[in-house]
Design a binder for this molecule. Structure first.
Ligand code: GDP
Ligand code: IMO
Ligand code: MG
Length: 461
């Protein structure tokens, strides 16, 4: 154990690579050669398999932090024959010695969080290692009502949100009307903030959206005070100082992104995005630490692409193959159960995502889903008004008219789910991975070939 940690300390300081050779190959490949502060980021439109990868890496971590989003996220972890779907709790929770933090950048629906804690307890996981930031914003019933009302009212340009109140809660945060976890413990302040919000939101819902609402200040106050009481045990006085201590002591820290780069409110396909910053740089803001501390940015890349909700999706497949991918990949939303739209791997998105995030390596997931595809397509450019675009267009009107330019690669037509060693992969699978890495200009460090925790191929650095 000492030898392994020495390896990582030495490697992270970039001094002496020869210690690598002294390690047995079992350790060398068993422990992932990641450095101390690693950000896990979705590189596409979400659901890339971030939950699986976070759980996998969490074994060697001291702390896992969720840095943005809320219960719009659905992160699946499969351990043996048990499937866990996490919406707010970091996916490192299955290791009781790993501190799991819901960071300041997350928006929290306390009822959902309590239910998630209860479910985990029922499955034998006490969640005693969970901490919640006092600065995280709280989702109230009016956020969910506004989310639904907005989606309903839009005749065109519907976003297809998860209707969990995420957008309206972030609006209040940035409009400085939000109520934070810490506020739940100050009855006077909570009453005052809540009264203001109920009046404002009630007005909008009734007058603008034509919805009848009957918010009762006292009952919402009592309800949320109850949640606060039940969560008290998990609330950290200052979660940023927990993260700071971990960084200062060079502990292994994992930042778990939700959603994906193309859903980022600044860098995604706006307005068809979520209301936070899933990109890697969002991790520093959403967990409260310095960008100087970041060592690795691991991009989670699905071997094809999916999207839930509305918005442009250049490589979306119509009909047959889309249905097959959905069926083989079980492509139904982990939060809403909606069928996911399916498409071929989009190299233009990948290149953009790699640049925006500064990816240092890739975790390619769901490679096994392509096992039976004879010819696999990869989009390498977009055609727009007779021109070929290699860079992702930021203009939505342009993007909506882009047609994918594909190259074709032969499929491997062999089952991968039992492969655990890179050398054993069929040559066509290796070629496909090499192409993905070439486009992303980042090395592949992990290849996932099934949903279960152990279905992984680790590549030495
Ligand atoms: P996340 O939101 O990025 O954590 O991803 P989701 O959990 O929403 O969706 C990923 C889905 O694919 C889940 O059902 C996972 O259990 C599953 N999954 C993850 N990795 C693999 C893989 O390599 N192969 C297969 N077949 N399924 C996978
Ligand atoms: P994970 O973390 C996939 C999508 C919604 C919608 C848009 C805005 O599991 O990858 P919102 O409710 O956030 O205002 O909806 O974002 N969306 C996701 N799509 N995976 C997710 O999370 C998502 N979270 C939000 O479908 O298009
Ligand atoms: Mg998901």
């Amino acid at each position: 154990m000492l030898e392994i940690s020495l390896y990582f300390k030495v490697k992270s300081s970039g001094m002496l690579f020869s210690i690598d050779d002294k390690l047995s190959s079992r350790f060398k490949y068993d422990k992932l050669a990641l450095m101390t502060v690693t950000i896990i980021v979705g590189t596409q439109w979400g659901d890339e398999g971030k939950g699986k990868i976070t759980d996998l890496l969490a074994r060697d971590m001291d702390m896992v932090v969720r840095y943005q989003g809320g219960n719009n996220a659905g992160h699946t972890v499969v351990i043996g024959d048990k499937t866990f779907k996490l919406h707010l709790i970091p996916s490192g929770i299955f290791y009781s010695n790993v501190m799991c933090v819901i960071g300041n950048g997350v928006v929290v629906d306390p009822a959902v969080l309590l239910e998630e804690i209860e479910t985990l307890r029922g499955q034998g996981h006490a969640a005693e290692n969970l901490r919640i930031s006092t600065q995280a914003h709280v989702i109230f019933p009016y956020h969910k009502d506004l989310d639904k009302a907005q989606e309903k009212k839009k005749e065109s340009g519907r976003i297809g949100t998860t209707c969990r109140g995420i957008g309206p809660c972030y609006v209040d945060k940035y409009n400085r009307r939000g109520i934070r976890i810490g506020d739940l413990y100050d009855q006077g302040l909570l009453r005052q903030k809540l009264a203001w919000n109920l009046e404002e939101k009630g007005f909008y819902l009734e007058k603008f959206y034509g919805q009848k609402v009957h918010y009762n200040l006292d009952s919402i106050l009592a309800e949320y005070t109850g949640y606060a009481h039940a969560l008290r045990h998990f609330v950290a006085e200052d979660s940023t100082s927990l993260v700071y201590e971990a960084v200062k002591k060079r502990k292994n820290l994992l930042l778990e992104g939700a959603q994906g780069t193309m859903l980022d409110v600044d860098h995604g396909t706006y307005p068809y995005v979520t209301s936070s910053n899933p990109v890697a740089s969002g991790a520093c803001v959403g967990a409260g630490f310095s960008p100087k501390a970041v060592d690795e940015i691991l991009g989670v890349v699905k071997a094809y692409v999916t999207r839930v909700g509305d918005g442009p999706f250049p490589t979306e497949i119509a009909g047959g193959m889309s249905d097959k991918l959905r069926q083989w990949g079980g492509e139904y939303g982990a939060t809403t159960g909606r069928p996911r739209r399916c498409g071929w791997f989009d190299g233009v998105v990948m290149k953009y995502s790699s640049r925006i995030n500064g990816l240092t390596s890739l975790a390619v997931t769901k490679l096994d889903v392509l096992d039976n595809v004879e010819t696999i397509k990869i989009c390498v450019a977009y055609e727009y008004k007779g021109r070929q675009l290699k860079d992702f267009p930021l203009n939505l009107a342009c993007l909506e008219q882009c047609q994918p330019v594909y190259i074709e690669m032969p499929g491997w037509l062999k089952p991968l789910s039992k492969v655990r060693n890179y050398q054993e992969l069929p040559p066509h699978a290796k070629n496909y991975l090499a192409k993905l890495a070439e486009i992303a200009e980042a090395r592949v460090s992990l290849i996932s070939v099934g949903a279960e925790r152990g279905q992984i191929i680790k590549l030495p650095s």
